[in-house]
Design a protein around this ligand. Structure first.
Ligand code: BDR
Ligand code: CA
Length: 306
């Protein structure tokens, strides 16, 4: 099994990724850390607690960074994930609370305690990961892998023509991670745009898993509407679940090893660029995926949930 911490801004596809991780026998989830992105960090923490409570897992949630490393704070746009992050599902107060440690402390400690084994799977902006790298010089070496949902090599952006949303919201943090020397895998739009889930897929999920799958189906209504109106697509990308699946089933992805840098200004801000001449260490960028296998794994594992 893969010992995993998911760093998240829940978010509809974040909820899908977390439920997937909870269901997958290959994952030993150690906790969640939260970050701004789809929602503000306080909302992300509340949502993360709520998702874990729904799965019945009693795991630590550590509250993370509330602002980007260098960019000014921003107000999340609610048009993709809804005001509270879960589409039209109303906000609810979780029963549990976050732990006292913040996300950075928690990440650094877990990387030390599970040296060489911990896989960190960030599915939001990379601010917490950059803080951990900056705080503990051993962090990048202690983690087995950092498997990121974010970026795009050839696919263009989704929030601007050049940038993918998670990288765009904190490009400086992404650049810290890509230059850290950690074992980094980038699961970006080049692959996630090829893994689509339709309305009927969500109905099938809800039929097999009425409680949690039903919750995902309810959330997906809002998300699918966004994809239909903006991209004219009958289906939504499984962005965040793809990163979790890349942690457990790397053989389903084809990677290209290249140094990466992140544009931090101007119109291309947030673009992830191959920088072959750069002296920084290479990153494994996913450039192809066995999409039908990834999708059937997603459907199969979610069916295990109540
Ligand atoms: C990423 O941005 C967020 O909207 C999603 O949750 C995902 O992590 C996709 O670009
Ligand atoms: Ca996300």
């Amino acid at each position: 099994t893969v010992k995993m911490i998911i760093d998240t801004d829940p978010g509809i596809d974040d909820a899908m990724a977390i439920f997937y991780a909870a269901a997958a026998p290959e994952v030993e989830l150690l906790g969640l850390t939260t970050v701004f992105g789809n929602v503000s960090t306080p909302t992300a923490t509340r949502n993360a607690l709520r998702l874990l409570e729904a799965t019945g897992l009693d795991l630590p949630v550590a509250h993370g960074a509330e602002t980007p490393l260098a960019l000014p704070p921003f107000t999340p746009s609610a048009h993709v994930h809804g005001d509270e992050g879960f589409g039209d599902i109303p906000a609810a107060t979780p029963k549990h609370q976050q732990i006292d440690e913040d996300a950075t402390e928690f990440l650094c400690r877990m990387a030390r305690e599970h040296k060489g084994e911990l896989v960190v799977c960030p599915i939001g902006p990379l601010t917490n990961i950059a803080h951990a790298i900056q705080r503990d010089p051993e962090f990048a070496k202690n983690v087995a892998r950092i498997v990121i949902m974010g970026g795009s090599l050839h696919e263009g952006g989704n929030i601007t023509p050049h940038a993918e949303a998670n990288i765009y919201h904190d490009p400086h943090a992404a650049d810290v991670v890509f230059s850290s020397g950690a074992n980094v895998v980038m699961v970006g739009l080049d692959v996630t745009h090829r893994i689509l889930c339709t309305k009927s897929d969500f109905s099938a999920i809800a039929a097999q898993s009425p409680e949690l799958g039903g919750m995902l189906q309810q959330m997906s209504v809002f998300y699918l509407k966004f994809y239909e109106s903006v991209d004219k697509l009958d289906g939504c990308s499984l962005h965040d679940p793809a990163a979790v699946i890349a942690c457990t089933h790397p053989q389903l992805f084809t990677t290209l090893s290249t140094p990466l840098r992140v544009s931090c200004e101007g119109e291309t801000s947030g673009a992830t660029l191959a920088a072959p001449d750069n002296k920084r260490p290479p990153v494994d960028v996913c450039i192809d995926v066995q999409s039908s296998e990834v999708k059937s794994l997603f459907l199969k594992r979610l069916a295990l949930l109540p």
